[in-house]
Ligand binder design. Structure first.
Ligand code: THU
Length: 160
């Protein structure tokens, strides 16, 4: 028997204005996308913006359904849009912002487990890390240098 420690490190910015000009621009796009989310049931809106290596920015937001499980998260809407419109084009960065019409979201909201798994497939395939930035509506922004650092022991195609 042995124990190992799995650690991850993130950078925390006090607010969006501490980001570099380019990263702030990407987060502004995620905020723009968030404002167009369709979230009438949870009242929780999420926006995602991906920066591709061809400098295109792809946006996504959560899309809910009266048949609740049929809805989809912002991150997967965005990554599948990128994957279908620009197959094989590497993704450099992902910015995420979340807000709620019920309460002020003032802490960073990371992508859910299913989104992490889906995003990790793209990071593994492109063989280059994807930076991930996430925040609420206001307040701190978390930055991770790689998607896989958010998902230790992820499942991948090598197991199949
Ligand atoms: N949601 C996202 O869009 N991304 C996540 O990573 C977590 C949750 C959405 C799904 C649902 O529409 C709402 O937020 C509440 O769970």
């Amino acid at each position: 028997m042995r124990k190992i420690e799995v650690t991850t490190s993130v950078t925390i910015f006090n607010n969006i204005s501490e980001l570099s000009v380019d990263d702030k621009l990407l987060m502004d796009k995620a905020i723009e996308a968030r404002k167009k989310a369709y979230a009438p049931y949870s009242k929780f809106s999420v926006g995602a913006a991906l920066l591709l290596e061809n400098d295109k920015i792809i946006l996504g937001n959560n899309q809910e359904s009266a048949a609740y499980p049929s809805g989809m998260c912002a991150e997967r809407v965005a990554i599948w849009k990128a994957g279908s419109d620009f197959p094989g084009v590497k993704i450099k960065k992902l910015a995420i912002s979340a807000s709620s019409s019920i309460s002020k979201v003032d802490k960073p909201i990371g992508p859910c487990g299913a989104c992490r798994q889906t995003l990790s497939e793209y990071e593994i395939n492109q063989k280059e890390p994807m930076e991930v930035f996430f925040m609420g509506e206001v307040g701190e922004v978390v930055k991770t240098n790689s998607l896989l650092s958010l998902l230790p022991f992820s499942f991948d195609s090598s197991y199949l």
